[in-house]
Ligand binder design. Structure first.
Ligand code: HEC
Length: 255
């Protein structure tokens, strides 16, 4: 009858849980959470097995036959060799050194330098203001549309066609490109900061921002200042956010 197989069925269900949790879930769950789920699943299976005396006896039978010496010699030897081997392997996995980079906290929005080189000229970061703001609405729309073209010619490969940081190449980079729809990126930044980030890219990040190995290009080598301001107009417009300002009026004008 089925009873003979109780132990093996329990084993298969347990393994099924493991495989499902480990490979069936995206994004993958952390190992510590997997551990908790597995302990709970195993307890649940044991509880089910133990709830019925007959079933429990059937479950224990294969174990008993090995440890009481009733099982074939080969099986006994295999089990007795496998247990220390598994324990040893687990310990080795936990203690062996890994090649993973050590965890280092990083500053996502580092303090901008007070001055930086723009086309070879030292420029004061705090004094930067988007010269394209303050024009009439029709003109602003035209400039923003030009910024959109610049965005889709230069930025969307990385920052994504919906500005969500998920362009074709996004996953090739660590750190991944900024998601402009996220409240933690451009919507909490002043335009002067954004200009500095776009103009100087990854290489312009200060020491405090290490260990950034940002793929963000140095756009001042490829775009004019005006083009950078235009694309900045677009990334705010396109992501539905407004730059941070210290002036309440302007900061909320878009809402
Ligand atoms: C090769 C891929 C790539 C391209 C192309 C690219 N970026 Fe980036 N960008 C990144 C990465 C990676 C980051 C995140 C790391 C960092 O902050 O440097 C980033 C960060 C940024 C940030 C900083 C956001 C923040 O919250 O600090 C801004 C602004 C930005 N990019 C604007 C642009 C604009 C505008 C363009 C097009 C002119 C562009 N990027 C093109 C890869 C790219």
């Amino acid at each position: 009858m089925m009873r003979r197989w109780t132990f093996y069925i329990a084993l298969v269900v347990c393994l099924g849980f493991f495989v499902g949790l480990k490979f069936g879930i995206h994004p993958p769950i952390p190992a510590s959470v997997l551990m908790i789920y597995m302990v709970l699943a195993t307890l649940g299976i044991l509880l089910f097995v133990a709830a019925n005396e007959e079933r429990f006896a059937a479950f224990l039978e294969p174990l008993k036959s090995v440890f009481e010496g009733r099982a074939p010699k080969v099986v006994q030897v295999l089990v007795l060799v496998a247990i220390p081997l598994l324990a040893g392997w687990g310990t080795w996995l936990r203690t062996s050194p890994t090649w993973d980079a050590p965890f280092e906290p990083r500053v996502v929005h580092p303090e901008p330098p007070s001055t930086f080189n723009l086309h070879g000229f030292p420029t004061e970061t705090a004094k930067l203001k988007n010269p394209l703001r303050g024009v009439d609405p029709a003109q602003l729309e035209k400039l923003t549309n030009e910024g959109k073209t610049i965005y889709y010619q230069n930025c969307f490969f990385c920052h994504g066609d919906a500005l969500a940081g998920d362009g074709h190449f996004a996953n090739a980079f660590s750190p991944i490109p900024a998601n402009f729809r996220d409240v933690g990126t451009i919507s909490m930044l002043q335009e002067s900061f954004v200009f500095w980030r776009v103009a100087t890219g990854g290489p312009g990040l200060p020491k405090g921002a290490t260990p950034w190995i940002s793929a963000m290009p140095v756009w001042q080598n490829l775009l004019t200042e005006e083009e950078i301001w235009k694309v900045i107009l677009y990334i705010y417009e396109g992501s539905g956010s407004t730059p941070r300002t210290w002036d309440e009026e302007v900061s909320h004008a878009g809402h």
